[in-house]
Design a protein around this ligand. Sequence first.
Ligand code: PGA
Length: 258
Amino acid sequence: MAEVVIVESDAEAGEIAASAISALVRERPDAVLGLATGSTPLTTWRALAAAGTGLAAVRGFALDEYVGLPPGHPESYRAVITREVVEPLGLTPSLVRVPADDGGPISGAGERYEADIVAAGGIDLQILGIGRTGHIGFNEPGSSLASLTRVKTLAEQTRIDNARFFPSLDDVPTHCITQGLGTILRARHLVLLAFGSAKAAAVAAALEGPVSASTPGSVVQMHPRVTVIVDEAAGAQLEHADYYRYAWANRFDWERWS
Ligand code: PGA
């Protein structure tokens, strides 16, 4: 089952996620990271920057990207990843990819991205947020559990949630290109983070509800190595919270990352 860690703050969650990344990169300096945008991973990036882990050889693949924004738009995920991850963490820009960033046509971009991930040897550790719709990446409810990178239509709730980054809701793109649930399942370690009460229902449905395309995040139940790090508010609807706390407090030394 997933390892579920319930913490006091998003800062503490970021420390734990960053320690997983640091441990991986110490072992393998050219590890392949799956990168996420949104508010959720920010404390992870901050903690990783503070740790001073050398990331210049790390390769990165972002989960998703909007379709339809002009090149260089500040809210494109290429721009967000550059601003929030590549520059502050000292990644090498040419080693970090975002879907459909290869200059080719949008048709076939998903297949090309998949091929590039495979050529890199696959993703070692994938950072994930979860949306209120239960999406991971931009895989909205109804996404095939076996889906690979492809163009999708955004759910209206997701557009509303992301409107805070744009002048108005009308400016939020209607489409995206996202790693699929099948792509995410191929990563070797999934680290899913969620904070705040708005995520509580989605977290509980993903971890403890039925595995279903209606709750795309529930696909993590089919992955052999998942670490879920939530604050108290996001974990508030977890039925087995006491067990998760007990298991985390009593893990063996060899299970610790650092
Ligand atoms: P957020 O988004 O980190 O901005 O809350 C997470 C997501 O929608 O996957």
